[in-house]
Design a protein. Structure first.
Length: 288
């Protein structure tokens, strides 16, 4: 793990140096940053002759992919619905339609452009494209780091430690660039950290139950797509809405915690692993 963490720092410093210089995280730079954990995992496997196959490439049972796809839609919905109902003028459908339809030159037909063109593409093509970038993070966090932590400190320890590293790794963009919504930095970091650690439990559950990184990649992609691309875009920054919604709000953090508790407590976290999958994780964890 020491080699992985050292390489993670090396790659991330290069990425975040550009972020801190520009105080802006545009799409190419964001995608390069998301692949830093993946580059670190693959480089560690190369340097230490760890089989790349140990990172969890096997294709999972379809039920885990279905869960990964729909889970962000489910856990985020109550937070945003309550916000829209409780805070006047936060539900911004007209602005959302203008943005969505405008991307395809259909501003004169906003309903058609949004619901017949933009959203179907977002739910399919955009999710697939986002998986490419989410794979970079998940190769590092759940492909390499989590199985080794799980072997050493167990499920809860692995989720807490990997989640904390995952959260702190985002802090430079949150504090010194535009990866935030403009709320108090301490509040934003606290909510973001809580939500990310809770998400690490969801990811850890999916990694162990499926024996694969692909459900983790998919839930990462659908969270980014649906929360940032739909729910946040439908929500106007009125009153205290920014302190409730988005990845930096208390409401979404709490909803992810609740989802993680329900998911993990509903079943024993490793009960779905076959003997071969369990041995595979232990073998991966023992190879440095």
């Amino acid at each position: 793990m020491a080699v992985f963490l050292a390489l993670l720092c090396l790659f991330s410093i290069a990425a975040y140096a550009l972020v801190l210089h520009s105080h802006h995280m545009d799409a190419p730079l964001s995608r390069f940053t998301m692949w830093c954990p993946g580059f670190a995992a693959l480089s560690t496997c190369l340097f230490l002759r760890v089989p790349v196959g140990s990172l969890g490439w096997s294709w999972p049972a379809p039920r885990f992919l279905k869960l990964a796809y729909f889970l962000p839609l489910i856990y985020a919905a109550p937070v945003y619905l309550v916000t829209w109902l409780a805070i006047n003028r936060t539900f911004s459908l007209q602005s959302f339609e203008a943005t969505m339809s405008g991307m395809y030159g259909l501003g004169q037909r906003p309903i058609f452009g949004t619901f017949a063109v933009a959203l179907p593409l977002l739910f399919t093509v955009n999710v697939i494209a986002t998986c490419v970038w989410a794979l970079g993070e998940e190769l590092g966090w759940r492909g390499f780091l989590f199985p080794r932590l799980h072997q050493r400190v167990g499920f809860h320890g692995a989720c807490l430690i990997s989640g904390a590293i995952w959260a702190v790794w985002h802090f430079p963009g949150l504090l010194w660039a535009d990866y935030n919504v403009g709320t108090n930095p301490l509040f934003a970091m606290s909510c973001f950290t809580l939500g990310v650690i809770a998400m690490a439990y969801i990811m850890g559950y999916l990694r162990l139950r499926s024996g694969s990184i692909w459900p983790c990649v998919l839930v990462h992609a659908t969270h980014n797509t649906f929360v940032q691309g739909i729910y946040d875009q439908l929500t106007a920054p009125v009153g205290v809405s920014k302190y409730i919604t988005s990845e930096f709000g208390a409401g979404l953090a709490l909803s992810i915690v609740i989802a993680a508790v329900i998911l993990v407590s509903n079943d024993r976290h490793a009960s779905g692993l076959s003997v071969g999958q369990e041995i595979g994780l232990q073998t991966a964890a023992s190879q440095e």
